[in-house]
Design a protein around this ligand. Sequence first.
Ligand code: GDP
Length: 488
Amino acid sequence: NISAPTTSSPSPDKLLGGLLSAAFDESSCQSRYRSNLYRKPSPFPLSPYLAQKLRKYEAYHKKCGPGTKRYRRAVKQLKSGRNADHSECKYVVWFPCNGLGNRMLTIASTYLYALLTDRVLLTHVAPEQEGLFCEPFPGSSWVLPGDFPENNPHKLHIGAPESYANMLKSGAVRNDGDPSGVPASSLPPYVYLHIEQFQLKLSDNVFCDEDQAVLAKFNWMVLKSDSYFAPALFLTPMFEAELARMFPRKEAVFHHLGRYLFHPTNRVWGIISRYYEAYLARVGEKIGFQIRIFPEKPIKFENMYDQLMRCIREQRLLPELAGAGAEPPANHTAAGGKVKAVLIASLYSGYYEKIRGMYYESPTRNGEVVAVFQPSHEEQQQYTSNEHNQKALAEIYLLSYCDKIAMSAWSTFGYVAYSFAGVKPWILLRPDWDKEVSAVACVRSASVEPCLHSPPQLGCRARRDVDAAAVKPYVRHCEDVQFGLKLF
Ligand code: GDP
């Protein structure tokens, strides 16, 4: 029972071609149906098969999710200290790692994994993440109940005895025999998957058929990751055919799953929509710049600013200046009075101050008017502040309404924004380790997919190191992370 939207003109297709479920009450999460009105229609058609798969998943989640007798039964099994045979519901429990961008990428990857392996996705919502996102599955919850027995994030690390890799080492499980011969009830009560970047590779190397066959036997899986591991699922032979049906266009994986899963709550939507309506709704073109400085590779303000300016000039992202003190051109209103808006997302205000100053002091050569905005400048990154995360989420969304985006290399915050937008960004490359300045200012991304920074080891038990980009036509190395992989 969805009521008609009260603001803006209703989109011709509110449910985004079947991506979104019709089973929600619109007022409880306004962003679900309104956010897309601020964007151009998606350039990536949704496969009817994926839409069907999402509806099937929603029914499964409702049947097995928290509050159901099946969930209670499954928790009882977990507490019993053993896995069980013939379970009706299987679960994957996501635990957070790093900032918001990382979390959104890993939730989407975990959800894709859940779809492929028939698991119910539950998420451990830490206080800093509370109240950010609406429930994505109708009639149920994806929030891990507080009384979940294995609710201790500190237990989840590469050395945890429950990790799959360590279970293999200790002999608690084996991946070199016929898994059908091993009764599920002989296994430990849950398995922990640790999918983090380790020495430029995805640790635990579980994207192999023989490992997936063993993992499938566990009713409970606990997962923690810092990486967008969806591309690794595409490299797992047993998932290839199903993924091809779900995603005829592979570069739209996060674009679709992200737009399906993440909907800011009304409170965050208030921040987003107020800002959008005040500054962006009536402009001609919106250009987003996301400037992220990483503590492990600090870049001086002047160098970063010069690089951004080089990128703007080379890619003609903004109108040229006529020079300080120049008279406004006679054709001042020739651009139809339309304003070009620049939206800046950064923890610092310096880039905004300088760019705004430029267009304040000088007219543009072609008479276009440029307005420069920055919603916040938090100065410090604060992983554990809820308010800080609300602003970060709002800015990811505001960036995602831009027609063109230039972003800092390596930033998952930027990846999420351009992927939602369905816009190929210009990536401001990171200087080499021994340099302070990047020779190339920016390059255009080949796709709208995020980058997986650390690839899995292909070849699995053979432990051969195969370059996936050389053998799979649908993955490439990332523009910003040479050894990373990106679907396209
Ligand atoms: P990444 O570190 O760039 O890959 O992105 P993450 O989102 O994982 O972590 C960075 C965190 O720093 C964000 O979640 C925000 O909390 C904060 N942050 C970084 N850049 C910005 C920004 O432009 N605006 C706001 N509001 N917060 C930011």
